[in-house]
Structures are given as C-alpha cells and as structure tokens.
Design a protein around this ligand. Structure first.
Ligand code: P6P
Length: 334
C-alpha cells in the first residue's frame, strides 16, 4: 500500500496549481493554462452527465460504430462533443484529434497556434451500463507549424508530449496530470466544484503481486505472454481486470502491479490506440517511476504513422514489467 500523504494544505485547486506552474515559464502566454482549464471544465460536465445518465436516459448505444470499430455509446458522443466545444474555443489549439473522429479537426491555419490536443473522450464506455468506472485520456503536443499537410503535426512520438492526463469517473472523480515534472493527483470536491490537490509527485510502487490482463484471450497471446501467465499463476499474485484502461492503470499507479494488452487474433497490433491511450498513459506511468513498453520497445519511442494506430501495451511497476519482459524475450520476441 502506498502512504498517500495529503498534499501540504489540501487547499490547492487544479486551477491554482496550473497558474503556479505557469509562473515557472516567464514567456508563458497562458494558452497552455487555458487548455488545461478546458479539460477541467469538460471533466466536471462529463462527470455530471455520467452520474445522471440513467436518470436522463442517456445510457446505452447509438447503434453506430466509431472509426476504430468500437460500438458508440450515447455518452461517447456527449463526452466528445463536450471536449470539442470546450477546446474548440481555446486560442492556443491548432489541431484537435479524437478517437470518435476519423480525421483531426483543424482549428486555425492562418495564425500559428502552439498546441495540438488528442483525446479518448470516454475510455471504457461499454462499462457504463454496469456502473463501472470510465475515463477521459488526453495528450498535448506542440503544434509543428511546418507540418504540411497540417494534420501530420499530430504524428509525433510520445516523447514529444508536453503534457498528459486522465480523468477517472469512479467512486470519486479524479484528475491526474503530468507536465513532465512528476505526476499530480486531484480529486473533485462536488461541494465546491473544484479539483483539490491530494497527492504531489505520485510514485508507482516498485513492485506489487498484482497483474491485469483479459485472460479470456490467452490462447491468442504470443508465446511469451503465455509463459508469463504460467509463471505468475505459480507466484500467488492477485488478478485484477476492470476492462477500462484508465481504471486499471490508476489502480496500478496507486497500488502497483502490471497491466497488459497483448496482440490477439482480433487485434494483431494490440487493441489500445497509441496516440490517445497508450502514449499519454505511458508518459504518466514513466513520470511516476514505472515502465511502459510495447513488446520490447518503449511506447514513447514509437514513431506513429496514423492517428488511430494501435499498439500492444505492458505498463506499470518497473519490476513487474520486467517479469513480463523476461518471459516475452525468452520466447524470442523482439
Ligand atoms: P477487452 C475499453 O473498451 C478499452 O479500450 C480499454 O479501456 C480496456 O483496457 C480494453 O478496451 C478492454 O478490452 O477486450 O478486455 O474488453
């Protein structure tokens, strides 16, 4: 268990944290802070919509699929539209990219704007009807003003991210953020409508006897993962799998362990999307002292070729990722 010491005064809000971060950058224009403010506003709106979904009859599917083939939940579209509206009004955003939109959305071509924002508006939304935690994941890149066409500005490796974060709509509404200087954890206080800093510089436990994978697909996994499962079954580990990446990774950030989504027959490249799921979560896990790899390659080093490309994922406590890698390498994987 981690000793989650409360932050110093428990009175730092996400907004005041963002503004104090801004003072670290004398030339800051405030554009980055405004983008984060749009994310916090969106989080409050989406959290409220989710809490009232069954009452307002906005649970369930739309009977359509998104560009990546996932069945669209009504709340997927509501969350997506909330983020597009909130971010679309921010002067610092040149390009928006969403899991729910086939093409990136270009906001400005005449004036150079500094940032691109990519997001999965509602990760794990198929769990909503069962009242299981879901989340929003986002990644912020500097806009490449030389990109031609402009859309390729977002095809940057995860090491180029200047910020990454997620909102987890669970037993409480959590906002986790890194700007490259460690990971900070905020919790929404519904009584005042503000995200309160509860943990600074969160560190993922070095190891923990817990693994997270959908073992139903075991027969599809490459040999190395099957070797790992044979090993871990003999080590008295606990298995925890929520089926929402944000929730599984948040548990690992707080309690330690390892999360995996290996290649399967249905998804030979892995199911999770590189640009707006794996990369932001990998930045957060690494900033918290953990490891995040795709097979034997560091996720953040992958050079993307498409907005919706997928990748295998192994991430969590460094020692636990190494246990998986030992078996993956022993099976001869690259
Ligand atoms: P499976 C949710 O649909 C998601 O994209 C991730 O949040 C989650 O980790 C994964 O898919 C679950 O996939 O195949 O185990 O249901």
């Amino acid at each position: 268990m981690t000793d989650l010491e409360p932050a110093a005064d428990n009175l730092t809000t996400l907004e005041s944290h963002i503004l104090s971060e801004e003072t670290r950058h004398p030339g800051a224009t405030g554009a980055f802070s405004w983008i984060l403010a749009a994310m916090t506003l969106s989080a409050k709106i989406i959290a409220s919509k989710i809490r009232r979904a069954r009452i307002e009859d906005v649970l369930g599917t739309l009977g359509s699929k998104n560009i990546t083939g996932d069945t669209q939940q009504k709340l997927d579209v509501i969350a997506n539209e909330t983020l597009l509206r909130a971010l679309g009004t921010r002067a610092g955003v040149a390009v928006l990219a969403s899991e729910e939109n086939e093409q990136p959305i270009i906001l400005q071509t005449k004036v150079d704007r500094p940032y691109c924002v990519l997001f999965d508006p509602l990760d794990g939304s198929s769990n909503l009807d069962a009242c299981v935690s879901v989340g929003t994941i986002f990644s912020i890149l500097r806009h490449d003003t030389q990109a031609d066409p402009i859309e390729i500005s977002i095809l940057q490796p995860g090491t180029k991210q200047i910020a990454a974060g997620y909102m987890l709509y669970g037993s409480s509404c959590v906002f986790v953020l890194t700007t490259g200087h460690g990971v900070n954890l905020f919790v929404l206080d519904p009584a005042v409508g503000a995200f309160i800093l509860v943990q600074e510089n969160l560190r993922v436990p070095e190891s923990a006897k817990s693994y997270s994978i959908n073992e139903a697909y075991r027969a599809d996994f490459p040999a190395g993962y099957q070797r790992y499962l044979d090993w871990v079954h003999g080590q008295r580990y606990s298995s925890r799998y929520i089926g929402t990446m944000v929730a599984d990774i948040h548990r690992i950030l707080v309690q330690g362990g390892v999360f995996m989504y290996p290649p399967t027959k249905a998804h030979p490249q892995g199911k999770l999307r590189l640009m707006y799921e794996a990369n932001p979560m990998a930045m957060i896990v690494e900033q918290a002292g953990g490891k995040a790899v795709a097979g034997t390659q560091r996720i953040l080093d992958i050079q993307p070729t498409g907005l919706h490309e997928r990748t295998p994922v192994i991430m969590g406590s460094a020692a636990e990722v190494d246990h998986v890698l030992r078996h993956v390498k022993a099976a001869g994987a690259e």
